[in-house]
Design a protein around this ligand. Structure first.
Ligand SMILES: C[S@@+](CC[C@H](N)C(=O)[O-])C[C@H]1O[C@@H](n2cnc3c(N)ncnc32)[C@H](O)[C@@H]1O
Length: 377
């Protein structure tokens, strides 16, 4: 499919970029944007929501890549509506939306900023019933066009965004869908936790696979360092992979009894590297400092007996200050012979990031959303 040409967006004094992140990640996001895009000036923030002023002479393509690890999603701001009367706010929201490119008004994404940290007291990011209800009401009030609400966007589609920053203060904006998270409402990969999932890592791994487009196929052999109790191994087993889990701690019985699963009850560094011969993909989710995870993985993947196609590594940011070292972490992974290396704080991550590495960029899986703009599973 030919990529449609990007439209250049010329900022003026009233223009802002809005970004959405995990609660608590605002400061590292601000520091990251100051490094990546010094022309963007921090403007306003609430937990999980940060805006930046776009200078009047900035030229940004409407699908420009912010290149941020911590911004779940982002877009061009159009304005805010505030009030206590939902009907009036809905009318005003649609009025503000008329400033968006016409095509954006056919697709609406509505979500609330996160109410808590992912995993805290059962909270998971995603479209809430309130956001869905507001979305449906805006669609009904739209009149000339009835936009779709919270559908998975297709590549190149322009999307109208309504962020419920507070129940009484909504931020209206728009963006053009491009990379996978820009197609998901609020940048969140929406998934119900299966009843038999033994840990939240099930969600993390599912989102990591969707974001990274790692071409893992049924029958491939994956190894996970730090596999107990086994949620992420379940995700890989559900995709038809053969999985070896390495962890000194016990695996959940539901995982141990799966036919294609093997548990090596050991610390990763205590195993001979020939153990990893013939394996295709390495994932790591160790509850240790990033330097330890990287040292452990380096020891395995740089050995002549191993030939991994790609990696998915969780790096725990025990302190937020470690975020400054992310560019060095990625450089280190590249030095092991992986051409394509990216990082993202996934919506289901806690204070940690996910790093994907592939031998070559072209190996990435064809995006499934090309097949249609269906609602997310
Ligand atoms: C966050 S938990 C992993 C969760 C797991 N991925 C899941 O899907 O349920 C971190 C795990 O790393 C393990 N771990 C820590 N250091 C390790 C090492 N050197 N080798 C192997 N496992 C280790 C711990 O025992 C712990 O079970």
């Amino acid at each position: 499919m030919r990529k449609q040409a990007s439209r250049l967006f010329y900022g003026n004094v009233s223009d802002f970029l809005f970004t959405v992140c995990q609660r608590g990640a605002e400061a590292v996001l601000k520091a990251e944007i100051a490094r990546l895009r010094p022309e963007l000036r921090f403007a306003f923030s609430r937990p999980g929501f940060v805006t930046f002023k776009i200078p009047s002479d900035a030229k940004l393509a409407d699908d420009f890549d912010l290149g941020s690890v911590f911004a779940r999603t982002y877009g061009f701001s159009l304005g805010r509506v505030e009030g206590t009367d939902a009907e009036t706010m809905i009318r005003e929201a649609w009025h503000v939306a008329k400033e968006a490119p016409h095509a954006a008004r056919a697709h609406l994404h509505v979500w609330e900023r996160d109410a808590a940290l992912p995993g805290d007291r059962g909270f998971e990011p995603g479209v809430t019933p309130l956001a869905e209800e507001v979305g449906q009401q805006i669609a009904e009030a739209a009149g000339e066009i009835t936009p779709t609400v919270n559908h998975l966007a297709k590549s190149g589609q322009r999307i109208l965004d309504v962020v419920l920053v507070e129940p009484s203060a909504w931020w209206i904006g728009w963006h053009r869908a491009s990379a996978p998270p820009s197609r998901w409402p609020g940048g969140v990969y929406s998934l119900q936790t299966p009843e038999d999932a033994v840990s939240r890592a099930y969600l993390k791994m599912a989102e990591a696979l969707a974001w990274s487009r790692l071409p893992i196929s049924p029958g491939d052999h994956c190894v996970e360092l730090g596999s107990s109790p086994g949620g992420s191994c379940q995700t890989l087993l559900d995709r038809g992979c053969t999985v070896t889990g390495i962890d000194p701690a016990e695996m959940a019985p539901e995982v141990l009894e799966r036919e294609n699963f093997t548990h090596l009850r050991a610390r990763s560094k205590d195993l001979k590297r020939r153990t990893f011969r013939g394996m295709h993909w390495l994932t790591a989710d160790l509850n240790v400092a990033p330097s330890y995870t990287l040292e452990t993985v380096e020891h395995i993947v740089t050995h002549r007996d191993t030939n991994f196609r790609g990696l998915l590594l969780t790096l725990k940011l025990m302190e937020w200050d470690l975020a400054e070292q992310i560019p060095e972490y990625l450089e280190r992974v590249r030095s092991w012979g992986f051409e394509y290396v990216r990082a993202r704080q996934l919506s289901y991550n806690r204070q940690e990031i996910c790093v994907v590495a592939l031998r070559r960029r072209q190996m990435r899986r064809k995006p499934f959303w090309r097949e249609g703009a269906a609602r997310q599973p």
